[in-house]
Design a binder for this molecule. Structure first.
Ligand SMILES: [Fe+2]
Length: 294
């Protein structure tokens, strides 16, 4: 059984335990999340200059769309203002700022009607974030920039939280992805030739759910959930951002949900920044401990 908790004010330690069992947490009216959504809106507005960004895809060709979205995504992910707002976001949710680290957030831009489903607007096939080299202890926060509907969000295949799916993650190495493939996103305009860790079998989910919030609402879940971009049939481009955190104590104690099917190598942990002061997580802070637990 999976429970969805709304605006539940519990300690972060207790909440992570619950997330690792597969439960979901939804939060509304969190200042940091609203501020990050507003920041994204500002950048999106600049990128589409006077056009309605949710419908701008109908005013331009794919090349022009990519030309605007690629720098938009880069600025959102790497900008200093974004990092500061992530600190506020995480602190407002009650995480321990000294023990919690976040991965710089991603802005997702998913046009409607198959306008662009590759590269900068890659429509994620079903996956767990662990298939991409993330640690089992990862917590994901998914937030719409503009209000979303079931036809343009993510599908969560809740019945697969603890059930394996045959997949290509054992071909995936995070370091190789960074050095060879990540920067090639904008070059993928019709199909995505990058070696994404995709499912290698058809699976049928009887537990698919879609959660659609308003601007700034937070959908919090364990990244061990199998999830995918839903085909966008809403008629508007979906803009959302996602943030991920880990608690260092969870990593050191090897907590988190059971790894049911990920064979990915490498780790994203070296990308994570401490909530309190943006200090990068040093490899020796987690590698030695991980080795000691093997
Ligand atoms: Fe994901």
């Amino acid at each position: 059984m999976i429970t969805v908790y709304l605006n539940r004010r519990v300690g972060d330690d207790e909440r992570r335990e619950s997330l690792f069992e597969g439960n979901f947490y939804l939060y509304t009216d969190v200042n940091g999340a609203d501020a990050l959504a507003d920041h994204a809106k500002d950048l999106i507005g600049q990128a589409f200059e006077g056009l309605d960004p949710e419908r701008a895809q109908y005013e331009m060709d794919v090349d022009e769309f990519i030309k605007r979205v690629e720098p938009l995504k880069r600025e959102f992910t790497n900008g200093q203002r974004t990092k500061e707002l992530c600190q506020q976001f995480a602190t407002d949710l009650g995480v321990d700022p000294e023990r919690t680290y976040f991965d710089i957030p991603r802005l997702r831009v998913i046009p409607a009607d198959q306008f662009l489903t590759a590269g900068v607007s890659y429509n994620y096939k079903a996956h767990r974030d662990m298939w991409y080299g993330h640690p089992q202890q990862l917590v994901n926060y998914w937030t719409p920039v503009f209000p979303v509907v079931g036809d343009n969000v993510m599908s969560m295949f809740t019945d697969y939280f603890d059930k394996p799916v045959k997949n290509a993650s054992n071909q995936y190495d995070y370091d190789e992805w960074v050095s060879k493939h990540r920067s090639a996103a904008a070059a993928n305009t019709t199909s995505d030739t990058r070696p994404h860790p995709v499912p290698l079998e058809e699976f049928e989910s009887r537990g698919e759910i879609r959660i659609a919030g308003d601007s700034g609402d937070i959908f919090m879940f364990s990244s061990n959930h199998l999830h995918a971009s839903a085909p966008n049939t809403s008629g508007v481009t979906r803009f959302s951002y996602d943030l991920r955190t880990i608690n260092l104590d969870d990593v050191r104690a090897d907590k988190g949900p059971r790894n049911v099917d990920s064979g990915a190598t490498g780790t994203t942990l070296g990308d994570f920044l401490r909530v309190s002061d943006l200090a990068p997580l040093q490899p020796e802070e987690f590698r030695a401990e991980v080795a000691a637990t093997v």
